[in-house]
Structures are given as structure tokens and as C-alpha cells.
Design a binder for this molecule. Structure first.
Ligand code: ADP
Ligand code: ZN
Length: 518
């Protein structure tokens, strides 16, 4: 058998060897067992069901949500001499009857079918007397509400197992975190399905997270350090894209905006100018990158935190397709988390809310990681690398834990002294003993906490306060003034009953990608 599938690989598909887990998956399906396959886009999922369908009796049924994709795949298979067809709403009556005739005559190796067609009573009745080699569910995450693209018509596929108790089922997807995975396996009632999770690592991409402080200047420094490279800067809203892009152009960078609010023409133009290196920076919302095939994108910056790891992975994955080193920089601001949470909490569906918050938390976990970032990323997709990557900011510069107990107490008592009525900017100004007019007018230069932090930088105090907010030792209004207030948790710290540590903040964009310590 082994030689057989290798021969087919060469003679039908024209490849010399299997990639990663392909062979194992194929062998398992040939043995009549179920599989769950999680492989990134471009990883080679199609072969995993196309090839075994040729080796088993009967027709291989492939469920796919996208009509256009079905046609492409079928065309490619037919060109390789495979008897393949698709059956969906795009066919005329005559065409559909022809496909069904071929199906009944046992002439098809592979039939691509839309989920609602497959699960129609009429079609299931037909299949009752036709041998089925295997059933492949492509884009299997569509069956789960946990996935990012739930499709109600996929839900019915849950009935497949009853109809085809003896037929191996393989579910395939490029994006499914553990909840979605479990959900897929349960809903499809896969039996002892072995999971194959492979190929998520993009070793040439270096991940770096900087604490967001004066983000524009951080970005400018980062960009200035790579003057000849092309890259994408992602923001969460159109408004931010337009504003940031203008700032970049004003600062002399060749940048163009890209988002769903532009006309088709404008977007096409931006894409082309980027493709032909007329602009080197695209400032975009998530909408950018779907159809773009530019292999020498050297960096991706997330100016705002993405809403989940799936998006982060997909967006950073647009860099370094040529295999050469690429940089993925995330500017991580605690304020952005509040905005992201706020957006999620506005949505009505409680189930959706729960899922999205869970995903956002995983994204925050990545940004706050104190260990290898690649481990966190791959772990999310279910891969367990056996060592740290050596190519992320944490591996290059392991975090240094610093004791911030005393400084936190200073900050908390200053918040208290100014009456819990001011934001971080004012609190820091008081701590650092600024002689600003407002401080004097308010009499805050006479407070006991005035100037007690003059020896430390504004940025440092910013980090301390953000950390305190984030850890729940301070609360911050979500509003224009972001007023800081003490919380229950503040008191033990203030009274000196508790110690507090944090990782030394990383803010300097000059250092991205460099090893700064021996
Ligand atoms: P996916 O469905 O996972 O996005 P595809 O099945 O479309 O990926 O495969 C991506 C590309 O890799 C295709 O061009 C395919 O022909 C190619 N490919 C798949 N398997 C192999 C292999 N074993 N050797 C070489 N190329 C392969
Ligand atoms: Zn690492």
C-alpha cells in the first residue's frame, strides 16, 4: 500500500514526497478511521482526502462552504485526470442531472458538495445505494459557534455519522483553538479521531511586544530602523488607519491607507502600489491582506491589539512568506484592552460574548507572556514545541523581574492624595514634582507625595500605573479623563502587607530584534 500511495502522489499529483503529516493522515483514512486535521492555509490539506479517495472504493464526498473554491479544486483535479465534479446551486438543471448520473454510475472519485445539498433527504436517499470512500469536511470550524465563521448549514452535518456509520470522516480546518476543536469533534461525532496538528510555526518571523507608550514615536523609530523594507501596520478602526497614515506621510514615509471604507478603485490602487513597491507601508484594518500575494513583506506591526490570536497569527503570517527573516511587532496598551473589552461587551449574544472575551484573554496572555512567545502562540493551536524558539523578544532578552512594592505605594498614595479625581498624567506630574500651573493652582505642590518620585522617568511611572490598573490595584474610568481610583486590593499594598513585582517594561523600539544584554 505504501508504494501505492507514493506512486499516486507522483503520477496524479506530481509530487515527490508527502509533507509533514499527510502520509499518516492518508494511511489512517485508508484504514477506515476518522481524523481531525488542523493545518495552516497552504499546508496541503486537500491532498489528505483527495489521495485516499482514489484508493478506496466508492466516491469521496467533500463538503465545502465556498462555491468558487469547489470549482477551482475540481478543475485542478480534472486537469490531473481525476474523475471529479461538484454539486451545488451554481449548476443548471441539466448539469446537475449529469453529475447525479455519473454518481450513480460509479464514475466519480470525488464529489464536492455544498452542506445543505448533502444533508437534503433526497440526496441522502441517493447515497444509500452508492459506496462512499470517505467524507471530508473542509473548513470544519464553520460547524462551531466557537469558530470565527459559524455557518448554520454546517450544523446539519452532525447527522452524517448516523447516515454513514462505516465511512471514515475527516474534518479539516486552518483555524481552531481548543474549544472549537473539541466542538467540531463532538458535533461530527468523530470516533477516536486522531488529531493532526501541524505546521503552524513560522520560524523566520520574530515576535516582539512593546508596551505602548507614545505609540507614534515608537512606530516611527521602528520604521526608521528599516528604511528599505515593506510592511503592514494594522489598526483596529478605519478612523485610526486614516489618521495614522496621514501622520506617517507627514513624517516622510511612503504609506497608503487600506480599509473597507475606501472605494474598490482606491483599494485596488493601494494594493498595486504596495505590490510594485511604490509605497512601502500599508496602514490597514484587518481587511487588508486576504488576496495579496507579496512574498517580501518584512514586517507587520499591530498598532492596536488584535481581538484574538487567530487574527494575530493570520496577520503576522503575511510577512516573511519568502522564508527570510521578518519582524512582527505588537504595541500593547492596557487602554486598548479596555476598548476591545468594551466592544465585545456591547454585543447582545451572551454566548458570543463569552467566547470572544475568552479569546481576547488568550491574546492578552500572549502579550504578557514571560516565557517564549512562540510557545504561547503554537500552544494555542495545540502544538507543543520541545524547546524555546530563540527568535522572540523574550528568548533574546529574558524579562527581568523588578520589585515595585515601594514605587506602587508611592503611586497609590498619590492617587489618594489628589482625591481620586485625576488621571495618570496628573498623578505622575505630582509624583515627579512638576511645577505646572495647574498643580500649583490646585495646591498639589503642597501634598506629601509631591516630588517623591522625581528621580524616576515619566515613562517608568506610566508603566507602574498601567501595571497597577491592569492587576486591579487601581481602577480607571473609561472616559475622557480616565480618572484613577483606589480599589479594595490597594489597601494591603499601601499598608505594606504585600509585595509586588513586574517584568521590566519594554518600550524601546530601537531595540526590536536585538539582543540587548549579554
Ligand atoms: P490548504 O488546503 O491546506 O490551504 P492546499 O491543499 O491547497 O492547502 O495545498 C497548498 C499547496 O501545496 C498546493 O499548491 C498544493 O498543490 C501543494 N502541496 C500539497 N501537498 C504537497 C506535497 N506533498 N508536495 C508538494 N506540494 C504540495
Ligand atoms: Zn521564543
Amino acid at each position: 500500500m505504501e508504494q501505492n500511495i507514493h506512486q499516486t502522489l507522483k503520477s496524479v499529483f506530481g509530487y515527490d514526497q508527502f509533507r509533514s503529516a499527510q502520509q499518516e493522515i492518508i494511511e489512517r483514512l485508508l484504514a477506515g478511521r476518522d481524523c481531525f486535521v488542523l493545518m495552516p492555509t497552504g499546508g496541503g490539506k486537500s491532498l489528505c482526502y483527495q489521495l485516499p479517495a482514489l484508493h478506496r472504493d466508492g466516491v469521496g464526498l467533500v463538503v465545502s462552504p465556498l462555491i468558487s473554491l469547489m470549482k477551482d479544486q475540481v478543475d485542478a483535479l480534472v486537469a490531473n485526470g481525476v474523475q471529479a465534479a461538484f454539486y451545488n446551486s451554481s449548476l443548471s438543471g441539466v448539469q446537475a442531472r449529469r453529475v447525479l448520473a455519473e454518481l450513480h454510475a460509479g464514475q466519480l472519485d470525488l464529489l464536492y458538495v455544498a452542506p445543505e445539498r448533502l444533508m437534503s433527504d433526497d440526496f441522502l436517499a441517493r447515497l444509500a445505494d452508492i459506496p462512499v470512500a470517505l467524507i471530508a469536511i473542509d473548513e470544519a470550524h464553520c460547524i462551531s459557534q466557537w469558530g470565527h465563521d459559524f455557518r448554520p448549514e454546517y450544523r446539519k452535518l452532525g447527522g452524517l455519522r448516523q447516515h454513514f456509520p462505516q465511512v471514515p470522516i475527516v474534518a479539516l480546518t486552518a483555524t481552531a483553538e481548543p474549544h472549537t476543536r473539541r466542538d467540531i469533534i463532538e458535533r461530527l461525532q468523530l470516533q477516536e479521531a486522531q488529531s493532526f496538528i501541524t505546521g503552524y510555526d513560522r520560524p523566520n518571523i520574530r515576535y516582539t511586544v512593546l508596551e505602548k507608550q507614545k505609540p507614534f514615536s515608537q512606530l516611527r523609530t521602528f520604521l526608521a530602523g528599516r528604511p528599505d523594507e515593506a510592511g503592514i501596520v494594522y489598526c483596529l478602526s478605519r478612523k485610526r488607519v486614516d489618521k495614522l497614515c496621514q501622520q506617517l506621510v507627514d513624517a516622510g514615509f511612503a504609506a497608503a491607507p487600506y480599509h473597507a471604507g475606501l472605494t474598490d478603485q482606491q483599494r485596488r490602487e493601494a494594493q498595486e502600489r504596495f505590490l510594485y513597491d511604490e509605497v512601502r507601508i500599508i496602514v490597514a484594518t484587518v481587511a487588508f491582506g486576504m488576496g495579496i500575494d507579496k512574498s517580501n513583506i518584512r514586517f507587520v506591526v499591530h498598532y492596536d491589539i488584535p481581538k484574538n490570536i487567530e487574527s494575530f497569527y493570520q496577520e503576522t503570517g503575511r510577512s516573511g512568506r519568502d522564508g527570510l527573516p521578518a519582524e512582527a511587532l505588537l504595541l500593547f496598551g492596557y487602554g486598548d484592552i479596555q476598548v476591545a473589552r468594551g466592544l465585545i461587551e456591547k454585543t447582545m449574544n451572551p454566548e458570543y460574548r463569552r467566547i470572544e472575551l475568552h479569546k481576547l484573554n488568550a491574546m492578552i496572555g500572549f502579550a504578557e507572556a514571560l516565557g517564549c512567545r512562540r510557545r504561547v502562540l503554537l500552544g494555542y493551536f495545540g502544538e507543543q514545541p520541545d524547546r524555546d524558539c530563540g527568535n522572540c523578544d523574550i528568548c533574546l532578552n529574558p524579562p527581568e523581574m523588578i520589585d515595585i512594592t515601594e514605587d506602587s505605594r508611592k503611586a497609590l498614595s498619590c492617587v489618594y492624595r489628589v482625591g481620586q479625581r485625576f488621571g495618570a498624567g496628573h498623578v505622575i506630574a505630582v509624583l515627579r514634582g512638576s511645577s505646572g500651573e495647574r498643580i500649583v493652582r490646585l495646591g498639589h505642590d503642597r501634598l506629601s507625595t509631591y516630588g517623591i518620585g522625581a528621580d524616576l522617568s515619566q515613562d517608568y511611572w506610566g508603566s507602574i500605573i498601567r501595571h497597577l490598573v491592569h492587576r486591579g490595584y487601581l481602577s480607571q474610568d473609561v472616559g475622557d479623563y480616565s480618572v484613577l481610583r483606589l480599589t479594595e486590593a490597594s489597601w494591603p499594598l499601601l499598608r505594606g502587607e504585600q509585595r509586588l513585582e513586574m517584568a521590566r517594561p519594554r518600550i524601546r523600539a530601537e531595540q526590536v530584534g536585538r539582543k540587548t544584554k549579554a
